[in-house]
Design a protein around this ligand. Sequence first.
Ligand SMILES: Cc1cc2nc3c(=O)[nH]c(=O)nc-3n(C[C@H](O)[C@H](O)[C@H](O)COP(=O)(O)OP(=O)(O)OC[C@H]3O[C@@H](n4cnc5c(N)ncnc54)[C@H](O)[C@@H]3O)c2cc1C
Length: 164
Amino acid sequence: MGGVITDRDALLLQTPEAIKARFNIDVLVNTRAEAIDRTAHTVTDLATGAARRLHYDRLVLAPGATPVRPSIPGIEWALTLRNVEDADALAAAAQQARTDAVTGGGFIGLEVAENLVRKGLQVALVEATDQVLAPLDPEMATPARRAALGRGRPAPGVRGHRHR
Ligand SMILES: Cc1cc2nc3c(=O)[nH]c(=O)nc-3n(C[C@H](O)[C@H](O)[C@H](O)COP(=O)(O)OP(=O)(O)OC[C@H]3O[C@@H](n4cnc5c(N)ncnc54)[C@H](O)[C@@H]3O)c2cc1C
């Protein structure tokens, strides 16, 4: 399993100033693209209005993804991990818990499970398919599964759960 980042600041790698200095790119933080005018070739942050109307020649949309929340009973209580704020919420919740179930045996699910085990929790990792790390061949995923089983123990009453 991978190394653990113990310093929260180490997760925050760049600043607008650093990107400007290195790449000459203007980074506008706290600015949300809320409207696109394809005729005028502008993007607007409606919260700040015309003051943030940006002209473009070509527009690239790269707004990222959101975690899949499977439609299973109780999902409203589940936490997801996508950004540093989510990691803060997970760490705070872990302090109140003794057992934890992680749904999704991909890279992120395994890393979350590993970190929870390191915090002393009893962790069950729930994966819909028959192997962890789905993009990998079984020959490569099996050692990761063995390593995970060596670190955590199944939580009481939690067994494999298929949600597909
Ligand atoms: C816990 C975790 C660990 C990971 N670890 C690794 C790793 O070790 N190595 C690796 O290669 N990858 C890792 N990844 C995956 C990697 O973070 C993603 O693949 C990558 O962030 C995707 O980049 P992106 O630019 O498509 O989306 P994002 O990084 O999500 O960026 C999209 C940005 O667009 C902004 N945005 C959305 N809508 C608007 C709007 N209307 N106006 C303005 N801004 C908007 C969002 O706020 C966000 O900042 C990890 C992911 C997670 C969740």
